[in-house]
Every structure is written in structure tokens, then in C-alpha cells.
Design a protein around this ligand. Sequence first.
Ligand SMILES: [Zn+2]
Length: 654
Amino acid sequence: MVKRLIFAAGAGGVVGAACGLAEAIVAFLPQPAEETWLAELPAFAVAMAIYAPIGMVVALVWAALLGGIDARSFSRRVPAVTALAMLWLFGGVAVNRSFLPSATHPLSIAFTLLWTVALLWAIHRVWARPGASPAGEDVRLGRVAFALLATALAGVLLVLPSMRADLRGPAGGTQTAGGEAKRPNVLLIVLDTVRADHLSVYGYARATTPGLERLAREGVTFEQALAPAPWTLPSHATLFTGLYPVQHHAGRFHPRLDEHLTTLPELLHAQGYQTVAFSNNTWVSRATNFHQGFDDFEDFRGIWRVWRSASRLLAVQVYRIFRPTQLHGDRSGGAGVTNRAIRHWFNAKHDPGRPFFLFINYLDAHFPYHAPDPYWRKFVEPAHQALATHLLDEKAQDEADYTPPPINWEAQKWGALTDLYDGELFYLDAMLTELFDDLRQRGLYDNTLVVVTSDHGEHLGEHDLFLHRFSVYEPTLRIPLLMRLPGRLPAGLRVSDWVGLPDVFPTVLKLVSVETPADVQAVLPGRSLVGSPVAVPPGRMLLGDYEVPDNLLPRYRQKTTVTDESYFRRGLRSLHYGNWKFIRGTDGRNELYDLDRDPSEKNDLAQQAPEQAQAMEARLQGLLESVPKMRDAEAAGELDAETKAQLRALGYIE
Ligand SMILES: [Zn+2]
């Protein structure tokens, strides 16, 4: 009996792997010319690894059903009927998905019935054929099965050592609180696409961030923090260099952090810091030269490759129909996987003799919104339940299907999207708590400067806008900024002055007592927020910057009948000064808002208060001219094909 089961499992595995290989050949090979055969090789392994266990299960079911028949028939028929069953299952799904309407449509039902009859007939044929296998076949097939199992076991043993480091958990005791390191560690966290006003630590009505509320009680919260741009690349470049986008040039037309720029990890590395990054966003990766100054840079490209391969397989697509929230995103492993990779790094690579600089980009709040179960449910209102559940299917949140502004969806849809977005924030907060607890257990937390911020916010219907494009309005620029370092930063302080991401670079250096080189200091537009206890100079002016979105337009043109692009085809500059906010459009349309009276920027005062608008424009122009000039952007090659594919998946390029 055991022998039969082993045989069935082995044979099923072989049949399953063959099915995976066949589908992979069909699914992966018709690639754009730029991608090579070689790049797709791991995809074949992924396909075989996913289908082999399915084949095993199918074969074992048959083995149980056919338990009574003689050994010779068993060894011939189990593989044959397994192959037929796999063909029925995946062939049927493929035809249904590719050529037929929804599964409940009469045409689909008719096909499924016919297909099933065909399968039964085929099984009957296999059965009816007289079994004429030579003697000893059982033994031979048994050996094949044994060899397969041995191979699988060897594979597990090979992978196990690297998994063990993950499972081991905090080592503990290698470094006590206060530690040997003279300088504090630095943990710089970007919660990508997180707008401040949806966090309960910033007064949001929903309890999205209990963990950050605790961080705020132990450190400093900057209540009015601004990003310098409404999207990832320029904002991260500012965070890493302390420079405004007009200085570092990283942006739409120059997708690269230039080599000549001095970055935070470079300066800390020179002072003996062990530097490591975990970034889920392709704009912050090796491809855009963000790895300068890092000992280790994990951009999860391997996970993305595997995911991209797997998501094209029917088996995975079928799984996602039934468990839409169980497989997470097509861009990254999500915050949970990121945390696991970080734990692995601490267990395997962290040098307790040196302070560390750890940078993390968590991408979970970025569209599409599908936090894992049960987090996504947390804020879904009963009235939005059906729509929110529908939106969890990634196809229902296909960015490419969205139209350009103005977007006039019903309140119901904005409500469901907002519920799901808030669920992502709740999930991120839980993952932050998990990370902080882990550092605490390792005895590292209290000697670590923790900085939590974002690179930009998100529109959820304000100004008829969605996502973070075509805008420098407050939902895209207002971001969280919290810092914690016991002994150096006061606990529970809330600072209400305007601060910006350019301030983070000098503040971090000051807090860890690393001197900024004079030539770097000379060009910094920001300033350290550390004083007694913190100091934010009065009369701050802060810039926002959005380049003409021309590289997005082809994608939008495909999807829309809008003929008037002038509504959104414009570059934008913004200036915050006191309660005033001024926006200058490259098309000559300017806007002016009094944020004290009109925080949601509904009442444009540019026409009513022309003198104030002119004064603000003069300030903006003056600030642009006074920002120290830097070298021109370095010549840079095109992004490689795989990076482009990743960015396409994020919805950034067409
Ligand atoms: Zn971003």
C-alpha cells in the first residue's frame, strides 16, 4: 500500500511538472523581443514547482479510488488518468478564461459539460485497454518515485540553512541596550504613499495607527511635514541627499540618483556604519543608482521575478479567484516578507560591533490596495462590503483602466477605495510594531534613531483626483514625520511648524554626531530640526515640484475619450509660506489658498487677492533662484527592460 502511494505521488509529481512546463512554454515564451530566453529560465522552475504538488494530489486521489486493482494496471493507469485529469482541469480553465464569458454563462456551462464528458470517455478508453506492461515495471517506477522524493528532500535540505536563520528569531544578548556602539543606529522608514491625515496619530477618526501613536508618545511628531514632490523618485532622492529636486535632478526625465551626489548612507558608511536597504519600490533600487553607500541593498527583484512568472500561471489565477487576498501584490513581497528579510539580515549579517543604518521602503499603501486578510476588512463599512470585496480582485484595481481627471465616481466607490486604503495603513502599522518589537528583543531599539516618514501622499477623490499625479495639493504633499531617540529627543513632543523632507538629512547627521562635509553643507536647503529640544526656524518657505507628466500621457490617451488634456497636462510648483500656499502651473494658471481657513484648498484666491498671489509668486521665484546650483544631471543610459516592466506594473510608464 505504501509502495503504491509513493509511486502515485512520484508519478503525479512528474505529470504535474510536465503540465507546468507545457504551460510555461505557452505562457512565457511569446515575450517582447527585448526579453531573452535566459531571463525566463527561472519561470520554468516556478511553473514546475507549482504544478508538481497539484499533480501529486490528483494522483493520490486516483490511487485511493483505484486501491483494489492489480499492481500492473495500477502502475499504468494512475499516471494516465492523472494526466487526463490535469488536462481537464487546466485546459477547461484556459478555454473558459480565454474564449468564453463568465463561468456561469450558459455557453461556459455547456462547454464544461462537454469537456467533462470528453474526459470521462477518455478515462474509459484508458481503462478498457488491456494492460500489457512488462513485468518489473512496478519496481522500476517505484525507483523513479524514490529518486524524485530523494531529490525533493535534497532540495529542502539545501534551502533549510537559509530558512533557519529566519526561524531562529532574535539572537538576544549580542548587544545590550545602550550597546557598545558609540553612535546610535539609524532606522529610516518610508511608508510609501501614506498621507498624514489618514493616520490616527495625526488625528484621523479611524484607529489606523495605534503603533505609531505609541512611537509619538515616546518621541517627536512633526504635525506639518511636506514632501518636495508628489511621487517616489524625486522625494527619495531628496531624503537621501537633503537637496531639492531642482538640485538633484532625479525625476521624470532623469530617472537616476547621480553618482556625484553625496548621500546619507555614504556619509554614515564612511563613519563606520553598516548600511543596508530593503526597498520594495523600483524607483528606489539598484537600477536607479540608489545603492550608493550601502553594504547590502535588497530590492526584492528576485521575489518580483518569481511573482511575475507565477501570476501568469492558470493554477495561480484560479487560486486567486477563491482567495483573492492571500497572494499579495505583483510588485513586492509586502511588509510581512520585508520584515522577514530584515530579521534574516540581523541574524545572518548584522555586525554588533558597528552601528547600523537601515533604510526600508514599504510599498503596501501604494495602489492597488489589497492588504492581507484580515487587515483589509478592518475599516470596510457594511454599505461598501460588496464593492470592496470586488475591488480586492487585482483586475478590478487596474490602474491602466482609470481615466484622467476629472474623475467623477460615485461616493460608494470612493468610500470602498478609502476603506481599503485605510486597511493598508492598519496593516503597515502592525508590521511596524512587529519590527520595533523585534529590535527591542535584540536590545537595539533604545539606541536607535527611528525616523518614520513617507515620500508623498495620495488623492482619494479630492479635486476629482485619484492616486498621486497631476497634483501638488495637500493630500499628495502632506506626509507623516516622526522621530524617536531616547535621551536625545523629548518624548511626546508635537511640533506644529512647517518642516520638509530636506530637513531629515541634516537632522539625522546631527543626532548621530556625524559632521556634514563643508561642501555638502553649503548646498543644503534644509536644516537640522534638533535644538533645545527641537528648533524649527520661523518663516519657513518650502517648495513642491511636479514635472510635466508627458510620459504618462500615451497610457491615458489609450484609455480615454478626453480630448482636452490641458486640465492635467502641466508642470506644477508650489510654495508653502505661513498660512499661504501658492501653486504655479506651467500653463500660466496659478492658484492661491489660505490653508488656515481653507485646509482642503477649495477656494482659489488667485483672482480675489492678486497682490498676495504676486507676492507669493515673487517669493517662489526668489527661493528658486536662491537655492544653490548644482552640477547638471549626469548622462545616464536607458533603464533596462526588466526595470521598465516593473515600473509598468506600478503604473508609472506606458
Ligand atoms: Zn512613492
